[in-house]
Every structure is written in C-alpha cells, then in structure tokens.
Design a protein around this ligand. Structure first.
Ligand SMILES: NC(=O)c1ccc[n+]([C@@H]2O[C@H](COP(=O)([O-])OP(=O)(O)OC[C@H]3O[C@@H](n4cnc5c(N)ncnc54)[C@H](O)[C@@H]3O)[C@@H](O)[C@H]2O)c1
Ligand SMILES: [Zn+2]
Length: 369
C-alpha cells in the first residue's frame, strides 16, 4: 500500500468504518487489500449506472475476484436522478436475488450520489440488511453523499422522501476516477467542498482560494483536500448521526438551494450550483443581520465563482422562492431553518430569521430577465 493513502475514521461504535482516499487506490492495487475483508468468500453485487459501469465496472469486478469474492454480478440502471425511485430499488433487489446473494453477501456501490443512495438503500433492506461498501466516483459523492450513511430515493411528491440511515462497512475514494467526470459535475462537488470550508475550516478555504483552477486537474492534491473535507463531515456525523442538532449545519446553502431547485422543477440549476447560490445568499443574509462582515461574504462569492459556480439565479420570482423555502421538509411549522455563517469557518442554525430579511436577500439574488 502506498504511503500517501489517507484514512478517515467515521466513529460510530460498533458501526465505525474507514474512508480511504488516494489518487491511485485501484492502479496501485491497494484496493484488493481494502476490499478483501468484506468480499472474501462471498457473493458480490456491483450496483452502478450506465455511465460509470462501462468505465470502471470491469476493473472493479476483477479487483473483487482477486480480493477473494466467490462471484461478482452487476445491477446497472440508467444514469441520472430520474432513476432514483422505488422501482429501481426493486430491480436491484431482484438482481441480488437472481445472483443468489444471501445474508452474508456484499453490495458495492460504484458511481455518483444517485448510485450511492440507492446501493446503500437496497443493501439496508435486502434480506433485512446486508453489508455494503461504497466507491463514490463523482466529486459530490466523495465530498458529501459518500460520508454519513444517509440513503434514499425520490417520490413524485418530493426528493429523498423515502430512505434509511445505513452505514457502509468501508468507503474507497480514488480521485483518478474523476478524470472522466464532466467539468460541470466537478463544480457541483466543489460547491459542497466550499460549504465545508465555510462551515468549519478557514485554512481549507484559504487553500481552495490559493489553488486557482488547478484542482480540476490535480488529482493528488485534490485527494488530500477530499480527505480533509471527509474528516470534517465525519466528525459531525460521529457526534450527530441522525441530524438532531449539529449535523443540521451541513445544510448551509441548502434551504435556499432546495427552493431554487423546486421552483425550477429540477430542470434548471444542478444541485451543487443551487447550493452555491444558496451559500452566497446565506452569507448575504448574515451580513444583513449583522452576523458577518461584508468582506467575508464577498470572499465567499468570489471563491464560488472561482470554481465556476453561480451566485445569482435568473428567471425566478422571489415570492415563489420564499414560498418554496417555507414548505422545505426541514422547516419547522413553516419557518425555514437557515444556517448562517458567522465568519469563514464558523456558522450557526437559526429559526428566527425575519421573513422580510429573507425576502430582501431573494430580491438581491434573483436576476431579472
Ligand atoms: N446521502 C447523502 O447524504 C447525500 C448527500 C448529497 C447528495 N446526495 C444525493 O446524491 C445525488 C447527486 O449526486 P451526484 O451529483 O454524484 O449525481 P449522479 O450520481 O447523478 O452523478 C452525476 C453524473 O455524473 C456521472 N458520473 C459519476 N461519476 C463519474 C465518473 N467518474 N466519470 C464520468 N461520469 C461520472 C453520473 O453517471 C451522472 O451522470 C442526488 O440524488 C442527491 O440527493 C445524497
Ligand atoms: Zn448538497
């Protein structure tokens, strides 16, 4: 195993597990040693999508066999959020049954956040729960969905309305997989990375600033920042797995962002882009409430733009956005719960923000077409 592998521990008692991050987990062969404790002597089902499986499915299947898997099969669904529904979970479970997976078997998720959410959801219910290993291949999945054990699917009535908390046995993050990720998807992941820096880590924020646009290509340096970001999220998840308190901080930018996605009927900005606008909006709101200085809010907006992310949105009505925000699933009796930065590296959750202040921020953030 190479020395530059970074390991982040997610501490959850008996359900603790390691996240391994490097730019060469698969090319160095370290993947065999990381997978064999879970794959040895058991049947394995790879869950993946139609973009990722043709790129890395063969490599993973071979690795699992070398790691001692007694048989490897696959369940591949069409790429994209539109696959993230209950019928696909049924298909995955049927593929598992046809391949003869039993209670000792293993599901491995290979793909972005959509694959991760569904592979883990299927693993959490197939035969009342079998083991799962996650191999996130998008930057967003490495930074966000690959850490923390939330699983889920969408209903026609709303996103992520059905799911479970289910921790994987291990997570392998190989940043070399990002070489094939479209640049817009890279930016989506950077939005969540910047979010973690604004929430918890001023030094990480400064490093992202100093990196210019090199992180779009420099997979070794990116691996070390991914590991740092995972450690920040893992620490929060270890203290508040079920999102009863501190984990709510991770929703920075999301109350605004979800409202944009909803008003655009999920056909406008992508999730990370909406979160970027939302993070800039939360910073503006903090300034308006006297909680953050204007220079810091400007620095946050500049960093988001540096990673090719928007900080304003066009073609939306502020009133519609405000209404969507009040019906957010995390709102308490119609009052949105908003995470507000207090400085770069520190934030808090508030439920007492005056409606007029939120409205004023939407007015600033919406570009009139
Ligand atoms: N469970 C959680 O805590 C959590 C957190 C954040 C987001 N999510 C969920 O994650 C999903 C979004 O994740 P996402 O942005 O990764 O979406 P995604 O899984 O749809 O991936 C984005 C696109 O990139 C492609 N792709 C992925 N890896 C690739 C690679 N290495 N090379 C080429 N193409 C690749 C995918 O096929 C897809 O087309 C949403 O459904 C969201 O709800 C879950
Ligand atoms: Zn998000």
């Amino acid at each position: 195993m190479r020395a530059d592998m970074e390991t982040v521990k997610v501490s959850l008692g008996a359900r603790s597990y390691d996240i391994s991050v490097a730019q060469d987990i698969f090319t160095s062969g370290a993947s065999v040693g990381l997978l064999s404790p879970f794959a040895k002597g058991v049947k394995v089902l790879i869950v993946s999508d139609s973009n990722v499986f043709p790129l890395y499915g063969e490599l993973l299947a071979r690795t699992l066999l070398v790691a001692g898997g007694s048989g490897v099969s696959e369940s591949v669904f069409p790429a994209g959020e539109t696959s993230k529904h209950l019928a696909t979970i049924g298909d995955i479970c049927r593929d598992a049954a046809r391949a003869g997976l039993d209670r000792g078997s293993l599901i491995v998720g290979l793909g972005g956040g959509v694959v991760g959410d569904m592979a883990a959801f299927a693993a959490s219910i197939y035969m009342r729960g079998i083991r799962c290993v996650q191999i996130p291949t998008s930057l967003l999945a490495m930074i966000d969905s690959g850490v923390g054990g939330k699983t889920g699917v969408d209903l026609p009535e709303g996103k992520n309305l059905v799911g479970t908390f289910y921790q994987p046995k291990a997570v392998l993050m190989d940043t070399l997989f990002l070489a094939s990720l479209p640049p817009r998807e890279m930016s989506n992941g950077f939005a969540e990375l910047i979010k973690h820096a604004v929430l918890f880590d001023r030094a990480l924020f400064d490093e992202l600033e100093a990196a210019g646009d090199t992180l779009f290509r420099d997979h070794a340096r990116l691996a070390s920042l991914v590991a740092r970001s995972c450690a920040l999220k893992a620490a929060v998840v270890s203290r508040d797995e079920q999102e009863r308190g501190e984990r709510m901080l991770l929703n920075l930018g999301h109350t605004f962002g979800h409202a944009i996605e909803k008003v655009q009927d999920y056909r406008g900005l992508e999730h990370g882009e909406a979160v970027a606008v939302g993070t800039a909006a939360a910073a503006r709101l903090s300034v308006r409430l006297g909680l953050l200085d204007a220079d810091s809010a400007e620095k946050i907006a500049v960093l988001l733009r540096q990673y090719r992310l928007p900080v304003t949105v066009s073609g939306c009505e502020p009133a519609a956005l405000l209404a969507a925000m009040s019906s957010d699933k995390k709102a308490v009796s119609g009052v949105p719960r908003i995470v507000l930065p207090l400085a770069i590296g520190r934030a808090e959750v508030r439920t007492d923000v005056p409606r007029e202040a939120i409205e004023a921020v939407w007015e600033e953030v919406c570009e009139r077409s």
